[in-house]
Design a protein around this ligand. Structure first.
Ligand SMILES: Nc1ncnc2c1ncn2[C@@H]1O[C@H](COP(=O)(O)OP(=O)(O)OP(=O)(O)O)[C@@H](O)[C@H]1O
Length: 356
């Protein structure tokens, strides 16, 4: 997929819902932070140095010797894209909201299948990330590791024998790695156990974030759980630790769902079918309400209370209903109220084709 196709299409591989445990774990992400030796960190970059970084990355991704490791990457300056296109990349989780600040000095590298993206001049010179569907942290780390090795054939990274990779924020020094899972926890919320579980996760040295990462809200009962520590542990240890905690949360969510179904079956079924009815027939929907309804419906699909609704469609709709994609589809700026009407129509059309 070219960048143009990427911004015209809401779908991305991580939405496929075909990975292990993907009924509760939507996606796994691994990213590493890297910086180039001898060039100031991005927050101190002037125009000349930021272009130097972008140029160095451009050369590195076209190194023929590394092509097998890199697997076909394309670089675009963020300035080449329209504000809407930049926002769609954020909505698809291919770049972070932070990359939009001072975007003239930044670039993005995408692999054709959108599984790999590299942010250039975000908080660090390079943030190399891989997102896969379901619980696939080891696999995502393998992909990132290969791309990192490929880039290192050309780039000279800032590295210290004593501490590891040097990064602009001390919280990333060492491995420079953040691994995360995006997990759907409506059962724990309905059972009023969510706060306790999230607290315990924090005590285990992990961070819980909202749908778009740092500083964002947890819409649709979706949470991102990631490691806090990057120093003093190997990449494998970080990944294994997160996998083991993700599995424990998964087991708790499954237990909460089983108990809810046993004790309050009608309440759960009512919630699921109300969500379906509202999504299929509503005339006005805010994105927040739509996300809440998707969460209830997703729960119903995953608990086999309702069939005929592909989870992949719900994942894709999370991007399609965002203001940027709606504006793109409408072909003009809409007021928030007009967007709510457009959103409801869009969901109605998608649901009209389902065999339910
Ligand atoms: N498991 C995941 N699946 C899909 N997208 C994810 C996942 N984890 C994080 N993301 C996305 O990655 C982007 C960055 O997330 P976040 O801000 O948490 O981390 P970061 O920028 O890598 O780390 P730091 O805050 O240390 O700079 C956000 O757009 C977020 O939605």
């Amino acid at each position: 997929m070219t960048l143009r196709e990427t911004v015209n299409n809401a779908h991305s591989h991580w939405m496929d819902a075909d990975g292990p445990e993907s009924e509760i774990i939507i996606s796994s992400r691994v990213r590493v932070a890297r910086n180039l030796a001898g060039i100031p960190f991005p927050h101190l970059l002037n125009k000349e140095n930021s272009e130097k970084v972008i140029h160095a990355v451009r050369l590195a991704i076209s190194n023929k010797e590394a092509s097998e490791l890199l697997g076909g990457l394309e670089l675009s300056s963020l300035g080449e894209l329209s504000p809407l296109e930049r926002q769609i990349l954020v909505d698809k989780h291919l770049i972070s909201p932070d990359l939009l600040n001072d975007f003239q000095r930044k670039a993005v590298v995408l692999r054709e299948d959108e599984v790999v993206s590299i942010m250039v001049n975000e908080e660090d010179h390079l943030r190399i990330q891989c997102i896969l569907p379901g619980l696939q942290l080891k696999e995502a780390w393998d992909v990132v590791n290969r791309v990192d090795d490929g880039l290192e054939k050309t780039l000279d990274y800032a590295f210290s024998e004593k501490v590891g990779y040097l990064t602009s924020c001390p919280t990333n020094v060492g491995t420079g790695m953040r691994a995360s899972v995006m997990i759907h926890l409506p059962g724990l919320k309905l059972a009023k156990q969510l706060a306790g579980v999230l607290n315990a996760i924090n005590k285990l040295g992990l961070t819980v974030r909202g749908l778009y990462g740092e500083g964002t809200e947890a819409l649709g009962d979706l949470f991102q759980i990631s490691n806090q520590i990057t120093l003093g542990q190997s990449e494998e240890e970080i990944i294994n630790n997160l996998i083991s905690i993700a599995r424990q949360i998964l087991a708790q969510e499954q237990a909460a769902r089983r108990n809810l179904y046993k004790d309050r079956r009608e309440v759960i079924e009512d919630r699921v079918f109300r969500a379906f009815g509202a999504l299929k027939y509503a005339r006005i929907l805010s994105s927040e309400e739509a996300m809440r309804l998707f969460s209830d419906l997703r729960l119903g699909v995953e608990m086999k209370i309702i069939s005929g609704i592909p989870v992949r469609l719900l994942n894709e709709l999370m991007v399609k209903i965002r203001p940027a994609f709606i504006t793109k589809m409408a072909g003009r700026e809409l007021t928030p109220y007009q967007r709510d009407i457009f959103r409801a129509g869009l969901i109605r059309r998608e649901f009209a084709n389902l065999p339910v």
